[in-house]
Ligand binder design. Sequence first.
Ligand code: G16
Ligand code: MG
Length: 219
Amino acid sequence: MQAVVFDLDGVLTDTADYHFKAWKNLAASIGIQIDHTFNEQLKGISRMDSLERILEYGGRSNDFTLIEREQLAEQKNEEYRLLIASITPRELLPGIASFLRELKDEGLKIGLASASKNGSSILERLHIADNFDTIVDPAKLSKGKPDPEIFRTAADQLNLLPSECAGIEDAVAGIQSINGAGIFSVGVGVPPEAKADWNVNATAELTLGELMAHFKAKK
Ligand code: G16
Ligand code: MG
């Protein structure tokens, strides 16, 4: 194993609540009420696809032109950016700082495969941007998770084969993307049906020793 590719939301930090707040207010402004249960569906899903799901849920799929939908997505993003402006390294999920250090110490490469167009600025605010050898630009992808494109692109950008990488995700769509790319998958709190190669309950359980052992056992 030569590299670990990380998802962002739910693996490095938990921005799901900020996304939820911003989507909830946006949805309410057009008469749609969403709750936490519905919000689970939006994890790992791109901004425009999230909006489509909300409009469909509220029965308003045909009520907005493309330009209006882009404005709604932008309105959500403006509120989201205000909410994430105050993120600090304290919001790194448990064990992530030491896990990244272990990977660096052992000379492994580190990549980011997040659907978020705000990924780079969040890494900066968490003070971990310097650890990343590559970041996939989600704006350049033709398909979002669960399509394998994002994780396959991360391996390509690192000049590695998928079989030389591991990927870590907290969403079912994300595990499907990793598995489809032919990368060793690690699920953080995902249901067994997602078929991750190794499951942990929380990020605090991530250590290089354990990851290596599971990676080698699969070969
Ligand atoms: C994250 C979140 C999603 C969000 C997406 C796009 O995915 O889980 O809820 O819709 O990014 O974010 P943005 O609107 O900032 O571009 P991931 O892949 O990091 O879990
Ligand atoms: Mg995620």
